[in-house]
Ligand binder design. Structure first.
Ligand SMILES: [Mn+2]
Length: 348
């Protein structure tokens, strides 16, 4: 396995997802596991040039709100030949919100001729290669975790950065080669067009305010792409009663089997029944039982309120085996995506 080979390299640690998560959730997982103060994201099909790291590190060390990229040189997909790219480009987009390179103005080019080491301010990053201060990445809220596979996330992180007071720049003294491919060597569940449109629509809805109308007029089909909470699943009794397990079902927002409340006594209640842990052991399925205020019915939210932990036990609600045995508890680990929960306030 490639991963096993890579793991032999000093300082390399391989983290493998249990299921396909896509670029955004995978990078966030890597980021959460990282211990260094600065994160560098590189696509797998990159080859860094000499002294590529230092010029970017300097910019971030001076000001942690800078999100910086190298100049992305081209590695030929056919011959692996390394071809230097122009330094007179920056990132941009059309109203269809597809990333594109754009030429610097002649004014900016003149300035760069005097000093070719000058950084290039850019409104957008290509997304595959960049460096960001880890605490700043956390502060910004990382990526949109509900985006799938790939696409649109570079636009989203760019909007996020400069609308939250940061800046984006290309550091011309840093060069990294990247294999630009003609097509994706993998499939997109739901079709690449739909995934891209959904991700992009999420970015537009969050960051563009009134300007999103230009996107919708450039891409009218985007209006019919499902971009919201319907992708999420909610805690559901699945119609089970006392001693029955609980599982997940597409969120419908109309209460019923998905109506739960967390009480001051730390109970998670559905009507008169409580979410109950029959035994304090990992792998145990949760069941519905009459509320008795027992210790195995008490839950606390932890790790930024994302985990739901059995009080006093290092056991958290986990949905990984939901399809087989319903929700279970497992050893708490905030990096495990199937242990992450959000509480959505009831509309009524
Ligand atoms: Mn790439």
């Amino acid at each position: 396995m490639d991963g096993a080979e890579l793991a032999k390299i000093q300082k390399v640690r391989i983290i493998r997802n249990d299921q396909r998560e896509g670029l955004m959730r995978s990078r966030v997982r890597g980021s959460d596991a990282a211990t260094a103060p600065v994160l560098t994201f590189l696509d797998s099909h990159c080859e860094s040039n000499q002294h590529w790291l230092e010029p970017m590190l300097e910019r971030v060390a001076e000001d942690k709100t800078r999100v910086v990229c190298p100049i992305i040189d081209v590695i030929s997909m056919d011959t692996f030949q390394y071809i230097g790219a122009s330094a007179d480009l920056r990132g941009g987009f059309d109203w269809n919100l597809v990333f594109r390179w754009e030429y610097l103005s002649s004014d900016e080019k003149r300035k760069r001729q005097k000093d070719p080491t000058q950084i290039i301010k850019t409104p957008m990053i290509a997304g595959g290669l960049f460096m960001i201060d880890k605490s700043y990445f956390d502060e910004l809220g990382k990526y949109d975790m509900a985006m799938d596979i790939w696409g649109g996330e570079n636009l989203e992180i760019s909007f996020r950065t400069w609308q939250c007071g940061g800046s984006l720049e290309i550091v011309p003294c840093s060069r990294v080669g990247h294999v630009f491919r003609k097509q994706h060597p993998y499939t997109f569940p739901g079709g690449s067009g739909n995934v891209f449109a959904r991700n992009t629509r999420r970015a537009a809805e969050v960051w563009m305010d009134d300007y999103k109308k230009y996107y919708y007029s450039a891409v009218p089909l985007a209006k019919s792409v499902n971009f919201g909470k319907q992708g999420y699943k909610c805690l559901d009794t699945l119609g089970h009663r006392v001693e029955g397990t609980v599982g997940l079902y597409t969120c419908h927002g109309t209460g019923g089997n998905q109506e739960w409340s967390m009480t001051k006594d730390k109970l998670i209640k559905h009507s008169e029944l409580c979410l109950t842990l029959p035994e304090p052991r990992p792998g145990t399925s949760l069941v519905l039982a009459p509320c008795q205020n027992s210790d195995l019915q008490k839950w606390v939210r932890t790790e930024g309120e994302r985990l739901v932990m059995a009080e006093g036990l290092n056991l958290c609600v986990d949905s990984l085996q939901e399809k087989g045995v319903g929700l279970v508890v497992e050893g708490c680990d905030k990096a495990v995506l199937t242990q992450r929960w959000s509480f959505i306030a009831n509309k009524s």
